[in-house]
Every structure is written in C-alpha cells, then in structure tokens.
Design a protein around this ligand. Structure first.
Ligand SMILES: [Zn+2]
Length: 314
C-alpha cells in the first residue's frame, strides 16, 4: 500500500511533458512493436505512431501530406522511412536546425524481443515532446526539422540518407542535435557532449548549461563514441552536431549509484521499475536551451577536424 501511494505521488507531481514522454516511450518500447526491427512489419506501427504525434502538433510534413522520407537499404525488401516534420522559419530562409532520434531497434533476436527502450524509444519520445515545445512558441528564426531516423543500428542509414537528401541545404544546417539515450536515472548535475573533440562549440554549449546549473564533466572514454551516432555523417561533412548525455552526480554534486539497467542491444533494454523519470525534464530543457541559443546564433561554429568522424560504411 505504501508503495502504491509512493508511485501515485510520483505520478501526480509529474508534468504533462513528462507524462507524455512516459506514454510515448512505453508504447514504443512495448512488445506491440516487437523491438522495431528494420525490415519488420512492426516498423509501420512505429511510423504510424510518430506520424500521429507530428500531426497532432501540426508539424509540417516532409512532402505533401506525408512525413515519410522513404529509401531502400541493401538486403531489406521493404523501404524504410525517416519520419520528418518541420516548423518553418518566421521569415524565408534556407538555414535550419536539425533534430534527430533514431526509432529503430534490433527487433527479435533468437526469439527474444530487443525492445530498445533506452536505445532509443526514450529518445524518440523526447524528440516528439521537444518538437511540441517549439510548436507552442512564436515561429523561429530558422527552420526546425525534426527527424525520427530509420535504421541507425547497423549503418546509420536514415541519417545518411537525410544528409544526402536534406529538406534544407546541408551546408546551411546550423547544427544537428541528436537524442540517443536519455537520463532515466533521476536528477543529475553533470553532463557531457559527444563528440568532445574536433568541434569548436563546446564553450557555447557550456555557457548555456552552466547558466542552468549543469556542470561539464566528460569521461575519457567519450572519444570512442565519435562515430557511434546519427551525428556521424553531419560531422564528417563539416556540419556541427552533437549528442548530450548526463553523468553520475546528483544535484549538489554527490555521487549517486545509478541503477544497473543491463546492456543496451539486448533483451534487457526494457522499461522497468528501476527507471526514474524525475530527471527527464531537466535533460530535455538543457537540449531546448542549447537549441534556442543556436537558433539565435546561427554562425561562427564549426567542425575543426572532420577526420575524427570518418566511418566506412558498406
Ligand atoms: Zn541508439
């Protein structure tokens, strides 16, 4: 009974924003979608859900009345589709900010569903609600393009396709902001940016983060993730991009024991009672504040070492 009361209390204090994220992530990571495997029939349920969300907030469709940007992948019979909705800039401009979160996961492996909850149902949920925040504001100074990318696992196919077929010119993308993984460990104080080398906009990001009470603390192993995200193609092409993670310190700086969620890319990547949603909004609002800054300051940042982001794809 005490336990039920505690759960109820947590739910009651949640904002509508977090409630929405919980709802999206719970559906996307459910067995209804069977792990959102590329090439599987369940991809269509996934894209339908994202389209419904984009439509509910009246994001402009990628083409005509469709949010789908479809393309083929070698060895996959069906086309896959990036889901793209955008908010047009207040005045005519071809510059844009791009927001990405991959919706695919591994599907069913050896009879087990790899639900891809942290990787990356939660990221897509956050992307949807980030878009909704922008739709509730005055039209931005640049076009804002929200992309739930397809087939990131196994080749970053969706983001590569977009970078070759962008809605607004790639050379006029101010920055590509990627959500892949998200804080479900509770309130946190420290954050870091991936990549941390080969770019010259860490100072700008840190000024914003510091103003919100965040502390930059980048683990040494981060360099190993330089080519691990949908940001890879953007960075290699010289387009600023990043992914933002949080660390292990609670508010006030004390080290907190994060739950052991088990590995991603496994049947263990599910939403469980261990998930603590109470840090979700702060993480999202940090992304939002950084985006707001670059909407207003679209020039003067660059990728300084594109070679760090070279990755050979088949
Ligand atoms: Zn991922």
């Amino acid at each position: 009974m005490l336990c039920l009361l505690a759960v109820g209390a947590q739910a009651q204090t949640r904002s509508k924003l977090v409630d929405n994220i919980v709802e999206h992530a719970t559906y996307l990571a459910s067995d209804d979608l069977m792990g959102r495997g590329t090439g599987s029939e369940y991809i269509h349920l996934t894209t339908d859900y994202i389209a419904d969300q984009f439509q509910s907030m009246e994001l402009r469709p990628y083409s005509g009345d469709s949010y789908l940007q479809s393309f083929s992948i070698p060895g996959v019979s069906d086309n896959e589709s990036n889901m793209i909705g955008f908010i047009p800039a207040r005045r005519a401009t071809s510059s844009s900010l791009v927001f990405t979160a991959h919706y695919d996961a591994y599907g069913i492996v050896d009879g087990e569903v790899y639900n891809g909850a942290r990787d990356n149902a939660i990221g897509v949920a956050a992307l949807i609600e980030l878009a909704r925040l922008f739709t509730q504001e005055v039209a931005p100074e640049q076009n804002l393009v929200f992309i739930a990318t397809a087939a990131e696992e196994g080749g970053q196919y969706g983001s590569r396709h977009y970078s070759q077929n962008p809605l607004f010119p790639l050379e006029e993308v101010t920055i590509a902001i990627n959500i892949d993984g998200f804080n479900v460990s509770g309130p946190r104080e420290d954050y870091f940016v991936i990549p941390r080398e080969g770019i010259d906009y860490l100072d700008e990001i840190d000024a914003i983060a510091t103003s919100l009470g965040w502390v930059y603390d980048s683990p040494d192993w981060i360099g190993s993730l330089n080519t691990s995200f949908d940001t890879t193609t953007f960075l290699f092409n010289g387009t600023p991009a990043f992914t933002l993670w949080v660390g292990d310190r609670g508010k006030g700086g004390e080290e907190v024991q994060s739950p052991d969620f088990g590995p991603i890319h496994s049947a263990d990547d599910e939403i469980t009672d261990q998930w603590d949603w109470s840090g979700v909004e702060d993480h999202l609002m940090l992304y939002k504040a950084i985006a707001d800054y670059f909407i207003e300051h679209p020039t003067g940042i660059s990728v300084t070492d594109t070679d760090l982001f070279f990755r050979a794809f088949e």
